[in-house]
Design a protein around this ligand. Sequence first.
Ligand SMILES: [Zn+2]
Length: 466
Amino acid sequence: MAKKEVSTDFYFAHDVDELDQLCRIFWADPQARHNFKLFGDVMSFDATYSTNRYKLVFVPFTGVDHHKKSVTFAVGLIAKEDVDSYTWLLEHFQMAMGKVPTCTVTDQDPAMRVAISRVFDTTRHRYCMWHIMTKVCEKVGPTLARNEDFLRSLNSVVWNETQTISEFEAAWQTVMEKHELVDHRWFTHLFEIREYWIPAFFNDMFMGGLMKTTSRSESENNVFNSCTSPHLSLTDFFIKFEKAIDKQRHTQTRLNADCEDKFPELKTTLLLERQAATTYTIAVFYDVQKEILEACFSSQIINKTVEGNIVRLEIEDTNKMMHSVEYNSATRTTHCTCNMFNRIGLQCRHALLSFKDACLERIPGQYITPRWTRTTCWPYAQLYANPEQGGPTEVLSGDTRMGTVFDEFFKCVGNAYGNTDRITELAQILKEYREKTTESMPQMETRAKKTDAVFLVGDVHGNVHS
Ligand SMILES: [Zn+2]
């Protein structure tokens, strides 16, 4: 309550039961709410801790930031893990954030499922695969739990991100029959709820980094390990929680600073790779670089047909997997059957090979997903934020030197933003520079206007609006 008094952006709500005892708390501080604006496309929430002497259950709402690190959006404490408590939490979450995530990931709690369908009417609800798969050994008994063939084949069916629904169903059936699990109650139930957790059902859906890390929940547990003692008072809990959050934010600040002055080593001479290194955060760049290297050295075009602007490529990759890519040279759009871009917002080796084949020097702007870029957290991003989506902005820079110019320019805009004197000063400096350069190099001025200053405003899914 005291925090709310000093900061109007601090969201806090509480509730008491029939005996006037505190039974529910929800809060989100200004930075947590801002994090949701930037990274709230996919969110997970867990209720796995009993964290204080009053047996209030701790429920953190978590996402993934642009460095692929856990980021906390809000927190709840509830006395009962029932539908009413979850509904209350989600209603306050929605009020605090003004929107709901595209996808919400939880464990298989039936009360959460009811509450989500009640309050988050537009979200897609997904069960955490990691939570489900950690139960396998305990459910199948000691013999099958030691059967490597069974575990390997079950894992390859369940975690397969490129198969279709019918391919999954057939493969699942084969594993169940082979290991005599057709009548197993737990597996039968898992199959019945397949649309809540199997990747084939989420192929059209942006999942950010959330499903990539199999132990996301585990790492989140580590963040809040210090606040999970059952002997803590609420005050002790809050102090420890704030410390854990400070640590999380300090890590993000440090990684943001690394992104301002460190550039990863390039492994090819492709301008595409150079652009990726200056555009994405370092952690995300390494993922992209891996795809670039796979495109260059481990994938090959088996068949190519050209029909007008449409180039169709059949590509075989490292795993001897075949994928089809359709590239449109007029619009610079590409689509690959592996669908990786739609799932995580980064281009796959197959699509990158289609860009390389078309001699593109840049990844087209519509495929740079703002939430993975270095500039996502910069203050200026808010200047261009799309009010509909609340999403950040992407600025397309030219070659590396032009990239440096844009970087400098936007850092200056960020420093001046909100300060009238500084804005006036910056405008004056720019005006003087423009007048000076117009006199000496008029032709450059004309060219720059047309080709270099390209701003694209995008939402969190990478849909770009010019
Ligand atoms: Zn692909």
